[in-house]
Unconditional design. Structure first.
Length: 61
């Protein structure tokens, strides 16, 4: 976990260290991707539960 807060060893493609704004933009893009994947998983799970017969999820058919 401590490596999340460590300053990056290298900079960007130009060799300069990344600025705080650039780091935040990259983190926000990664968070957006993770949230999109989670949303897709939840949508698929919800669709599967809606199409299952009543009681199928707890085994009380």
């Amino acid at each position: 976990m401590s490596e999340e807060f460590a300053p990056p060893a290298g900079g960007g493609e130009t060799g300069r260290p990344k600025g705080l704004l650039e780091q935040m933009e990259e983190l926000m893009a990664a968070l957006n991707a993770d949230l999109s994947a989670l949303d897709a998983d939840l949508q698929a799970t919800g669709a599967a539960l809606r199409s299952a017969p009543p009681g199928a999820e707890d085994g009380t058919t």
